[in-house]
Design a protein around this ligand. Structure first.
Ligand code: DGP
Length: 135
């Protein structure tokens, strides 16, 4: 994919701190880590994001992500790990090649993910039935 930073990293046209590679996926350190060891896992085949990815691509990347998460936990001696992907610019996606963030977490590390709210009255049933319609 022309002008995709991650495709260029995968092709070796841009440098990266690669930590893992198999037939379908590559993992390298994030250039702007939340904590040291923050790693990105990407499919070799370009796809824009999680929602539009084809199923085979997704399967191989998720298995690679588990391998990388285990390695990040061991290497950083983190107490936990967050594994996330942003889908769409409104969700914070800035690179439009599917990637999983593997972020090591430590006690009291100050990293907060998102605020939480509650549903008003019948809103929760309505929302559940709306989503079910589309699956
Ligand atoms: P997101 O904003 O969720 O799409 O995440 C994109 C991540 O990619 C962000 O945490 C920074 C990282 N990133 C952007 N450009 C580069 C790069 O050239 N090299 C590496 N290693 N990471 C990059």
């Amino acid at each position: 994919m022309i002008d995709c930073i991650f495709c260029k990293i995968i092709a070796g046209e841009l440098p990266s701190w690669k930590v893992y590679e198999d037939d379908h996926a590559v993992a390298f350190l994030d250039i702007h880590p939340v904590h040291e060891g923050h790693t990105l896992v990407v499919p070799k085949k370009h796809c824009t994001d999680f929602v539009s990815a084809d199923e085979n691509c997704l399967r191989s990347v998720i298995v690679a992500t588990q391998k990388v998460a285990r390695a990040v936990l061991a290497a950083t001696e983190a107490g936990g790990v967050n594994i996330t992907t942003a889908n769409g610019s409104v969700a914070g996606q800035s690179v439009f090649h599917l990637h999983w963030h593997v972020m090591p977490r430590f006690e009291n590390d100050g990293f907060r993910l998102w605020p939480q709210s509650t549903y008003a009255d019948t809103g929760v049933e309505l929302m559940a039935s709306e989503i079910k319609k589309w699956i």
